[in-house]
Design a protein around this ligand. Sequence first.
Ligand code: ZN
Ligand code: ZN
Length: 300
Amino acid sequence: MQGGGVMTREKEIYKVTLVGSAGNLVLLTFKFVAGVLGHSAAMIADAVHSLSDFFTDLIVLVFVKVSSKPQDESHDYGHGKFETMATLFVGLALVGAAIGIIVSGAVKFAHWLGGEMLEVPGKLALWAALASIVVKELLYRYTVSKGRKLDSPAVVANAWHHRSDAYSSIGAAIGIGGAILLGERWAVLDPLASIVVGAMLLKVAWDLLKDSMGELTDMSLSAGEEKEIESIITSVPDVSEPHNLRTRRIGNRVAIESHIRMDGDLPLHIAHEHATAIERKLKERFGRDTLVTLHMEPRK
Ligand SMILES: [Zn+2]
Ligand SMILES: [Zn+2]
């Protein structure tokens, strides 16, 4: 891959992320206003979701710059884990927000059970939910087509996130719309929808926490990926028996260590060529910033 080509691709990915975060910023502002003015717990819950999405976008936009900062004296492995740490913090904040939403929905539900009348949400909240569904679907289509064109799993994953956000707004719309249509007796649909939206948020938080904690605790790549690494190693002629394979993620890069075996009578410059070929192939598969360390042994 050419250096220039790589830069434009990164810029394209940056642009797609920027469009998504601008969409989230507009939505979260509109939703908070609509949720507060429209007295809708479901819409406020959906707004918190958009707020968290906006924060994750910010992390990607800001920390991609920080974590792409090359290694320096104090960080020999680069700065990738700054991004991971930030993701962990967002995940933790999100768990708190999700639990808050669920508890306050449950409290309203309990009041309703106790015979209390709840306020019917305003039409503005419904409009916000419907607008959010449309905007999120458009963002999904835009992002997924860009992601496929750029061949970027991260961008495609982000696109699916937009679509799952639309589901969250559909949940809110059903609750708010139901409460408006059916009147005061059914105003409880709004807090019930907020509990559903809160539960979806908990799932988003869990995914963020799982991935970032895995990385911070040096979790290995998946068994499938490790198999793939071994078959890449043995695809190079004269190289066999990869063992002591160690893998982990550092931000958006991957670190791979392995022992490999070759004929003990190979001249060093040939053995070195083989090792270089393996490194090149692994970087083609796992990204050009992949850290590869190979320990060579003579085959018995
Ligand atoms: Zn989301
Ligand atoms: Zn060994």
